[in-house]
Structure formats: structure tokens, C-alpha cells
Design a protein. Structure first.
Length: 241
């Protein structure tokens, strides 16, 4: 695991964007695993700026997003499908047919999860997986539990995760209770993992990520076993290390 220590969120976003830009440049038809939430927003802004400067071409890139809320239409302004269009896809030259997000509206959870795993496999796997990290150590929506997750699954969001995400909704009652998320197995099978962490509220999770022990009660800790994992973290996120 390689740690890149940065001063603040702005520097974190710039460093992460450069790593992703290098992947796109070296392999124009790469498969990017993408994340949502506040952690990658700055990175996406940097990638948009690089595209607008003529430095990046996303026309052949394929993407698979980590997760989606259950019960939100893709047009809902808090769905992750909407987030990705609003924060990135609508501002670069990516073909929307090459972008993939779990379907939170499919009434058959098992069928949807199996479809998404098959899709990732059909693309040849993920070249670079971008991750944020939850205060409880979740990656994607793989919450703390008794075992590391395998394939894509529907999970019940923990109270702490729903509390962390309520700032995006009118009230806690409006935060979905379930999500569909790419499994830990698929994250670990990505050829490279890029995890970004910012803020003091992530400090304990980052400590668990970097120093273990490896346990499903701290899902991010499994990344200690990944052969090519880069962690970009700011001073606040590293304050407990």
C-alpha cells in the first residue's frame, strides 16, 4: 500500500485526478470504477478542467459505479445516477452507453446483483477503482459485518451511514434504508485501487485502513492485501495515525 500525504482537500483532489488522468492516457479504453459522495467531487472537478483544457479524452472510457440507493429513480436528484451525470458525465465527452450504475429500481435484488457482477466480468474487470471511505470504514456501501462481501449485494445501511448522508436529504426519514453495492471481492480484483480520504471524521477509519487489524468489522482494512493500492489522505484524515 502506498500512502500519499497531502495538506488539504484541494491538494488531495489534484493528486487523485492526476492518477486517474494517467490511467486514461495510458489506456484510453480503460474501465474506471467510480465513487460518489463528497470525497471524489473535487477530483471530478479537476478531471473536467483537464478535459476542457484538451488534455483528456474520455470517448473510449468505460465506467462502473460502486453503488446506488434502492428505491430512487435515476432522475431523482439524490440518486447516484443523477450525481454522476451532474458532477462528471455531462461535462466530458464520455459515451453514456459506456457508463454503468447498479439499478436501484429493479424489484429483483438477486437478479440485479448477478447482472452487475456479470457486467463487470464482461468488461474484463476494473483497471482503476476510485474509493472514498466511510467514518465506520465502509468502502462502497460494504458496511462492517461478520464477513467480507463477495459479489454485488443489496445491503441495509447502518444508522451511522444514514446519519452521515442525511445532509443530502430533507430529513433522515428521506434517506434510503438500503443500497446495492459492488462487493469487496470486485474491489479487490481491480488492478489498481485509489482511495481518497479527507477530514478528521475519517481519521479512525484511515487508522484502521493503514494499520489493521484486517477484519470485516473495518471493511477498508482488506485493502492492506491489495497488490496496488494508493491512499491519498490529507493531514486531518491522518491525524490518528
Amino acid at each position: 500500500m502506498r500512502l500519499i500525504r497531502v495538506k488539504d482537500y484541494e491538494e488531495l483532489s489534484a493528486v487523485a485526478a492526476r492518477i486517474i488522468a494517467a490511467q486514461v492516457t495510458l489506456k484510453p479504453d480503460c474501465v474506471l470504477g467510480l465513487a460518489t459522495g463528497s470525497s471524489p467531487e473535487g477530483t471530478y472537478k479537476q478531471l473536467i478542467a483537464a478535459y476542457e483544457r484538451g488534455e483528456l479524452d474520455f470517448s473510449q472510457v468505460r465506467t462502473v459505479n460502486l453503488d446506488e440507493y434502492v428505491g430512487l429513480e435515476p432522475t431523482h436528484d439524490q440518486s447516484y445516477a443523477y450525481f454522476m451525470r451532474d458532477r462528471l458525465f455531462d461535462h466530458i465527452n464520455i459515451d453514456l452507453k459506456n457508463t454503468n450504475i447498479p439499478d436501484g429500481m429493479n424489484p429483483d435484488p438477486a437478479a440485479e446483483c448477478a447482472r452487475y457482477d456479470a457486467l463487470i466480468h464482461s468488461l474484463g474487470g476494473i483497471d482503476l477503482q476510485l474509493l472514498g471511505i466511510g467514518p465506520n470504514g465502509h468502502i462502497g456501501f460494504n458496511e462492517p459485518g461478520e464477513a467480507f462481501s463477495l459479489g454485488t449485494q443489496q445491503i441495509e445501511l447502518t444508522a451511522s451511514t444514514r446519519e452521515a448522508n442525511k445532509r443530502f436529504f430533507a430529513s433522515l426519514d428521506d434517506v434510503p434504508t438500503h443500497a446495492r453495492t459492488t462487493g469487496t471481492r470486485e474491489i479487490m480484483q481491480a488492478r489498481r485501487v485509489l482511495l481518497v480520504a479527507s477530514g478528521a471524521n475519517k481519521a479512525q477509519a484511515v487508522k484502521g485502513l493503514l494499520s489493521g487489524p484486517v477484519t470485516p468489522h473495518m471493511p477498508c482494512s482488506i485493502l492492506q492485501y491489495h497488490p496496488d493500492c494508493i491512499v491519498v489522505a490529507d493531514e486531518a484524515a491522518l491525524s490518528a495515525v
